[in-house]
Design a protein around this ligand. Structure first.
Ligand code: FAD
Ligand code: 2HG
Ligand code: ZN
Length: 475
């Protein structure tokens, strides 16, 4: 853009959102560098609107100047989707100031909230009103409702409540043309043609900007009880999951698995954090039961499940949290794994899903293939076993330079793992999305028919390719 044009464009943005909320100088790395530090981008400007109307006017101004936009929430995404590319020509549209909870409708069991509201803030506000907003993940202190919807985030409660898509009843969206679509109905039944909300959920900012959403609430359970168990194998973990479904039914609200090396990383990088069972059992699980009767009832259910599992041999040892702070500490072990991995150094991630029943075979075969092709590679295998989502991650061999390992081995490692995922009829992105990191892989692993339909939708809604271009799809 010519300097005069640029100055006029920035002035237009300043008129819309206020001078203080158009950042184009100084250290913008908080908006330009992705959480995993995979790519450092360069923004033309960071724009921080405070209302839906301001978002619409910013989008219109960008469209008029043919400037592309990157919607950003908490910038905790894992696939390089929320930061600008390195060209210095993209505007980062930060939704952080749009953080109001607009309405909590107790009778309708819904909450209408702006896109920039931090997930934990929403959880806490709902809890204070006697309701559960169940979406939960380790990034909840910074990720936002808009980012959760943009990525269709999963997290630790999917086994009972589903992912973000299943929690969403309505959206307010600013389209690529800068129009506002108000679809905040809060209806559980509405068969009036195509359900547009599902197009925008999981579209990673490539079709429009989500400015608000109406989300489902649930009555707060009387009690939530957490157990931590070591298991002799992944087969045993799957057996325990089956038993938990049988005995707890919809009371089972969390079921996470953690491999021995993932736990070793937590012990190494967070030595102050106690981790049960010093031995190196191959896997441990965190499981949670929610109960609408009483704490005693929840405890009895969980203890009876664990007794049976110990007798069957699918559990080697187990502890049940005595109180809320112990429960939090057990969950904290699981939630610390991505941070411990980051401390250990750059790593290769595979956020994959496979039918739960086939996960043990997948891991056995793929672990062996990796050890043969990449001797010494360290498997950081953990994740949301309850819904079939593994974080099948890889750390460089001991002593190897992590950056060099990543540069040389990420592509062949991805190829090996994703070929296995295809063989097992799984998905190469269970919950993190595609961003720019997995865009080439999507083209290789998704059916050409599906890709064609996706391209047609993108071009229909964003014909000038200004909404988060280069993410998800290559046009
Ligand atoms: P951002 O990172 O800012 O954006 C993510 C994508 O959404 C981008 O493509 C962006 O353009 C788009 N977007 C953001 N806001 C909007 C909007 N208003 N309208 C349209 N598009 C928008 N993810 C899981 O699914 N499950 C987990 O368990 C989980 N655990 C995590 C743990 C850690 C420690 C970390 C760092 C991340 C984790 N994540 C997890 C990934 C990440 O937190 C989620 O993807 C989260 O939903 C991103 O929210 P955000 O506000 O940070 O979005
Ligand atoms: C989690 O479940 C997140 O902890 C992050 O989805 C996964 O870092 C990862 O690979
Ligand atoms: Zn996850």
């Amino acid at each position: 853009m010519h300097p005069n044009e640029l100055s006029v464009f920035l002035q237009t943005l300043q008129t819309i959102v206020g001078t203080a909320h158009v950042l184009s100088e100084g250290d913008l790395s908080a908006w330009e560098l992705d959480w995993r530090k995979r790519e450092q981008g360069k923004a033309l400007a960071v724009v921080r609107p405070a209302s839906t109307d301001e978002v619409a006017r910013v989008v219109q101004a960008c469209a008029a100047a043919q400037v592309s936009l990157v919607p950003q929430g908490g910038n905790t995404g894992m696939v390089v989707g929320s930061t600008p590319d390195a060209s210095g020509t993209q505007v980062v549209l930060s939704l952080a100031r749009m953080n109001r909870i607009r309405q909590l409708d107790a009778a309708n069991l819904t909450v209408t909230v702006e896109a920039g509201c931090v997930l934990q803030t929403l959880q806490e506000a709902c809890e204070a009103a006697g309701f559960l907003y169940p979406l939960s993940m380790a990034s909840e202190g910074s990720c936002t409702v808009g980012g959760n919807l943009g990525t269709n985030a999963g997290g630790t409660q999917v086994v009972r409540y589903g992912n973000t898509r299943e929690l969403c009843l309505g959206l307010e969206v600013v389209t690529a043309a800068g129009e506002v679509w108000n679809g905040l109905s809060g209806l559980r039944k509405d068969n009036t043609g195509y359900d547009l909300r599902h197009l925008f959920i999981g579209s990673e900012g490539t079709l429009g900007v989500i400015t608000a959403a109406t989300m489902k609430l649930f009555p707060s359970p009387k009690s939530m009880m957490t157990a931590y168990a070591s298991v002799p194998s992944l087969d045993a973990a799957v057996e325990l999951l089956g038993l938990a479904h049988q005995k707890l039914s919809s009371g089972l609200t969390g079921f996470e698995v953690m491999g021995a090396f993932a736990l070793r990383l937590v012990r190494k990088h967070f030595p102050q954090q106690p981790v049960p069972f010093e031995g190196d059992d191959p896997f441990c699980v965190v499981l949670e039961v929610s109960d609408h009767d009483s704490e005693a009832h929840a405890r009895a259910l969980l203890e009876s499940l664990l007794e049976e599992a110990l007798q069957d041999g699918c559990v080697l040892d187990a502890v049940v949290a005595e109180n809320l702070s112990q429960a939090r500490a057990l969950w904290h072990i699981r939630e610390s794994i991505p941070l411990a991995q980051a401390q250990e150094g750059l790593n290769i991630k595979h956020d994959i899903s496979i039918a739960v029943s086939r996960i043990p075979d997948f891991v056995r075969e793929t672990d062996a293939a990796i050890q043969e092709a990449f001797p010494g590679a360290r498997m950081v295998n953990y994740g949301h076993l309850g819904d079939g989502n593994l974080h099948y991650n890889v750390q460089a061999p001991v002593g190897a330079d992590a950056e060099a390992f990543l540069r040389a081995q990420e592509k062949p490692m991805n190829a090996l793992v994703y070929a296995q995922v295809d063989r097992f009829n799984g998905s190469i992105s269970a919950e993190h999305g595609i961003g720019s990191l997995k865009r080439e892989k999507l083209a290789e692993h998704k059916s050409p028919v599906a890709l064609g339909v996706m391209r047609a939708i993108k071009l229909a809604l964003d014909p000038h390719n200004l909404m988060n271009p280069g993410r998800v799809l290559k046009l």
